[in-house]
Design a protein around this ligand. Structure first.
Ligand SMILES: C[S@@+](CC[C@H](N)C(=O)[O-])C[C@H]1O[C@@H](n2cnc3c(N)ncnc32)[C@H](O)[C@@H]1O
Length: 453
């Protein structure tokens, strides 16, 4: 939005009322929400840009408001449909955003109702297109403060779009799909992969060690200020995201290609285990982050900017493909993903994944290992890709993942021996301490070679 469109819309002889405290925070949250919907920007990228002038506390609050609005959007929209008699005209779309962020604060955040209502009303006054709706916004948000909770309980609406719920129902059954949708209502904890001694770091950071060896923290605050960050003792990685690289069982002397490697969480795991890693990614900007991350961690890899569907190299002892995907398994962390992706995106991602997987199968030496993973809940991006590869390549077979291997629970392994984690896994009575990202990982072996039976 341009600065000029934010100017108070009407000249007035009256003295302007003092600006509502917290207005800049709500403006940034509303702008970030609009950046996701109007401009299709990722939420984190929008927030980075829009909160640059805020202090740490306000930046965190703006993030929380925008993320909570996106996380609970299905419920919030249903409430507005019930409480706003006539939808706002298209030219006053911003008014709907202000209603949504106001309602999110009233219902799901520890914000006084009057602050949530007054800031949305004042922001409406900033633009000519919404100034005429100040009264309506005030009345609807007050009503939501009085009646919203009861209505939410009575209606029990899903927060995610219908097409996602339908897909999860088909893949996991109605009950599991409902549980996944509910699990996504909570913010994810912060998981760390530590180079050595998880128990020590759990103690230092006030976290707990998970069965997979990750250290889990809650309300960690600014990550870069935590002990061990500057020294490169650990890196941020969801516990489920640490599973695929573990399936390689990397060891000193092994030649491993990490295709689709940036920003390098899995490269770091492989390098920390002593492997010679070739980290390949198409994005130069993301590889820059990978290089910075490895430097902080004191780890090394050969870094190659290339398209993984035609990268030439190897043959490798192991190839890991953490394929570009819809990322629907990360909606707890990135609630915008639920709304920024559409079925057509899944179809084009599947085509890209298939190309990368088919090409990667040629880079593995006979007897070597191929691990394929995605952070998607959609089976066509995971199970479907492996079924298609195995149908086309008789020189590959699955090496089933075993319960207990690297702390992987039996519940996270499907009938074919592939890992399928869900946000409902690793439950905890405090939902902020439980859950896993939705991940898929399969391990295959290329037949032949010195390891042939
Ligand atoms: C899921 S992310 C990888 C995360 C990374 N493995 C980690 O653990 O930090 C997918 C990556 O695939 C990269 N990518 C997308 N299409 C690609 C292609 N055709 N060739 C190589 N990399 C690609 C993206 O730039 C992105 O960095």
């Amino acid at each position: 939005m341009s600065e000029s469109s934010r100017r108070p819309h009407a000249a007035s002889n009256r003295r302007a009322a003092p600006a509502q405290p917290g207005l800049a925070v709500r403006r940034a949250a509303a702008d970030a929400f609009d950046a996701v919907f109007v401009n299709g920007r990722p939420l984190e990228e929008a927030l980075d840009r829009l909160t640059r002038d805020l202090d740490d506390r306000d930046r965190a609050l703006a993030r929380m408001i925008a993320a909570t609005t996106l996380r609970r959007l299905g419920s919030l929209r249903a409430l507005l449909a019930a409480f706003v008699e006539k939808p706002l005209p298209e030219k006053a779309r911003r008014g709907e955003t202000l209603l949504l962020i106001g309602a999110a604060q009233v219902l799901f955040m520890d914000v006084p109702d009057h602050a949530a209502v007054a800031t949305s009303v004042d922001l409406a006054g900033e633009q000519a297109s919404t100034a005429g709706f100040k009264g309506l916004i005030n009345a609807v948000l007050r009503r939501i403060a009085r009646e919203g909770r009861a209505r939410l309980e009575a209606d029990a609406v899903y927060d995610q779009p219908d097409w996602l719920i339908r897909g999860w129902t088909q893949a996991y059954g109605a009950e599991a799909a409902g549980a996944i949708a509910r699990a996504l209502a909570s913010e994810a904890p912060l998981d760390l992969t530590v180079k050595t001694d998880p128990a020590l770091w759990a103690e230092r950071l006030g976290g707990e060690v998970l069965p997979t060896g990750s250290v889990r923290l809650v309300d960690a605050g600014n990550v870069t200020a935590l002990p061990g960050f500057g020294d490169g003792a650990w890196w941020v990685q969801d516990a489920a995201a640490s599973i695929p690289a573990g399936l390689v069982h990397a060891a000193p002397g092994m030649q491993v290609a990490d295709l689709c490697a940036a920003p390098g969480g899995k490269t770091a795991q492989l390098a920390a285990a002593g492997a010679q890693v070739t980290a390949v990614d198409r994005s130069g900007a993301r590889l820059k982050r990978l290089t910075q991350n490895l430097a902080r961690l004191g780890l090394a890899a050969e870094v190659v900017e290339a398209d993984a569907s035609n990268f030439q190299g190897g043959p490798f002892d192991a190839v890991l493909i953490d394929a570009p995907c819809s990322a629907t398994g990360t909606i707890r962390r990135h609630p915008d993903v639920a709304w920024s992706k559409a079925p057509a995106d899944i179809a084009s991602l599947c085509a890209l994944q298939g190309r990368i997987l088919r090409h990667a199968a040629n880079l593995v030496r006979p007897g070597g290992v191929l691990v394929y993973s995605t952070c998607s809940l959609e089976p066509e991006e995971g199970e479907g890709q492996i079924a298609a590869l195995l149908a086309a390549r008789t020189d590959y077979e699955r090496v089933p993942v075993l319960p207990g291997e690297n702390g992987i629970a039996a519940e996270w392994i499907n009938a074919a021996g592939e890992v399928r984690t869900l946000p409902t896994h690793l439950p905890h009575e405090d939902p902020r301490r439980g859950g896993l990202d939705g991940f898929f990982a399969a391990r295959l072996r290329r037949r032949g070679g010195p390891d042939a039976a």
